[in-house]
Structure formats: C-alpha cells, structure tokens
Design a protein around this ligand. Structure first.
Ligand SMILES: [Zn+2]
Length: 335
C-alpha cells in the first residue's frame, strides 16, 4: 500500500478511520507498518506491502495454495490473449475508461481480473482472504492505482457506501453464505454506483450428475498438497483419452461431468500445454474449497433488489449466473 491509500480503509469492526504507523517504506510504498483503530484499539499489520486483516487458518487457505502454484496461468498479460478481459466486460458491461473512479474487487486471487480493472485507469482496491494477494502483488504490485489487501468477506475493512463500483467474479459460491456475502459487498457501493457478480449456477441436474459433488465431501477435507498431486495425476492420465471426446459438440461437457476434466479444448484458443494447466488449476479449484454454494439467477436478482439496486439484470449461461445493478438507495434490509 501507499500512504495515500489509507483513505480506502476503515476499521473492519466499527468502521472508524484507521491510522498508519510506518516501519519501513520503499519507493513510496509502505513495506511494513501497523494500522490501528483509535475507537476500538484494534491493530492490524502491514507485511510485505499488504495490509493484513486475516488470521492464519482461514477457510480460504486452499486458494492461497493454488495461486502460489498457478501465479501466472490465467493472466492475459502472460498468455497473450484477452480471456479474462472478455469475461470481465461481458459480466460487468462497464466502459473501458473508468479514470477517476474507485473500484472494489472482491476475491482477487492471483490477479487475472486485477490487471484488467487497473487498465481502466480507475483506482482499484483488491482483496482476497488467501495469500493469493502476495502472488497478485508480484504481478501487479508495481501499479500506482492499485491497493492489495488481505481481508475476509465476512469482515471487510472498508468504509460503507463508498465505492463507485464493486465486482466479484467466481467468488461468492466459495463463501459460507453467498446471500450474506452479496449484501455485505452491496452496502459498500455508493448511491449511483454499480455492482457486478458472477457465481456458479445452481441446478438439480448439476448437483446429481456432476462428479465433483460426489467426491467433494472427501476432497474438501484433504491436505492440499496430496489433493493437488492427485489432481495433476488424474488430469495427466485422462488428458489423451478424453481428447477424442472433446472434438464432439457436447464433448467438453461429457469430459467435465463424467471424466472430471475441466476441459477448455476447442473453447479457449490456448496452446495444448496451457490448456492442461488450466484443467489442473480448475479441477483443483472445484475440489479443494471448503464451500461450494451455487445459486440461481432468480435468487441473484432478489439479492440486488433487497439491497436497494435498480436496473437489475441477472441471467444464466452454461454453468454461470451473471448479475449487475445500480445502487438507487442507501436503505436496505441488511447492513
Ligand atoms: Zn474500530
């Protein structure tokens, strides 16, 4: 973080302003220091340029594990294709120049969307509960219009009704209560501000047929290193046999459901080696998280309305629900 980024933080408990005591600074960035709340006396460290509001042993730790192994796998700037950029603008429908705005990114991971949002020229505040923020810092920490924060969705260290926009892609399903998580983010958006999300789609067929739900009761409790090794071995074993199926119209779906391969062959124009890395990453991402709580477009629409949003739009496509809206009132049932 930089000193001037303090204005984007607030005490996660009482929402009062935080003060910053700098221990070490490097080229205008605070490397180590301490944030404190004068009202409730809580203190939070700044370690490795990142303010830390999370204690060890958080349920999102498996994501830290995966991002340390796949720091660059999904970065547009590394693979040379606008895959994340296209998904981001398809879901949000925002303009490409957002200079002067302050945008909150919820659940940034290794930063595949962070680099896209920062390229709009907006000030970007990105956080993740996992140590994925450290990987993200390696890739994006040089950007002056970015502050990375390690914080949890259930206790966010940001001022209410503050942000011009908020976005959360592929995150809410991995929280204990996606509805409550949604409302918590929604109330950080200021009046007239926008919020866009995408989340796994809930369907009975998926719950019954998708192989991931058969094995998750076991895998979500496994040691990440063991699970990751098994996942890589599984993908390697089936990669060639399933390549034939992948050529048929519904082949990717069959591979995903029956052989449990996150198959992007014929869908994303990536070289073969990268497609396999995406499969390993996505397979691990399906098996390891503590929570997998999908939702419906109907529910997402209801959440926006409950939070006082208008121009609400929620639809589903394939296995994802996308929703967006504009905050019209600062009232709402929850806070
Ligand atoms: Zn406080």
């Amino acid at each position: 973080m930089r000193k001037e980024h303090l204005q984007y933080l607030a005490c996660p408990d009482c929402k009062a302003e935080l003060s910053l005591a700098i221990e070490e600074e490097q080229e205008g960035r605070v490397k180590t220091g301490e944030l404190s709340c004068a009202a409730c006396k809580l203190r939070f460290p700044v370690i490795g340029f990142i303010p830390r509001f999370v204690k060890e042993g958080h349920y999102a730790d498996s994501f830290g594990f995966q991002w340390f192994r796949h720091a660059k796998t999904q970065l547009d700037s590394v693979i040379g294709l606008p895959i994340s950029k296209q998904r981001f603008f398809k879901v949000t429908r925002w303009g490409e120049d957002l200079t002067g705005e302050v945008i909150l990114e919820v659940g940034c991971g290794a930063g595949r969307f962070t680099e896209v949002i920062a390229a709009t020229g907006a000030m970007v505040v990105s956080f993740d509960a996992s140590r994925g923020v450290e990987v993200n810092y390696e890739s994006n920490g040089w950007r002056d219009n970015l502050m990375l924060v390690q914080a949890e969705l259930e206790r966010m260290p940001f001022p209410p009704a503050f942000f011009d926009r908020a976005v959360s892609l592929g995150v809410l399903q991995h929280t204990a209560d996606p509805h409550r998580s949604f409302l918590a983010i929604a109330f950080l958006v200021k009046k007239g501000g926008s919020f866009a999300v995408d989340v796994y789609k809930k369907s009975l067929a998926r719950r019954l047929l998708s192989a991931k739900y058969w094995v998750r009761p076991l895998t979500a409790r496994m040691n990440p290193t063991v699970l990751y090794t098994l996942t890589r071995a599984w993908v390697s074993f089936w990669w060639q046999p399933t390549s034939i199926i992948a050529r048929f119209p519904q082949g990717r779906r069959i591979n995903r459901f029956l052989f449990f391969i996150a198959d992007y062959r014929g869908y994303l124009p990536l070289p073969a080696a990268q497609l396999k890395e995406w499969a390993v990453l996505d397979n691990f991402d399906m098996l390891s998280p503590r929570y997998d709580n999908p939702t419906t477009a109907f529910e997402v629409r209801g959440w926006f309305e409950e939070a006082g949003f208008q121009d609400v739009d929620a639809d589903d496509e394939d296995n994802i629900v996308e929703g967006r809206g504009v905050r019209s009132a600062l009232s709402g049932k929850a806070r």
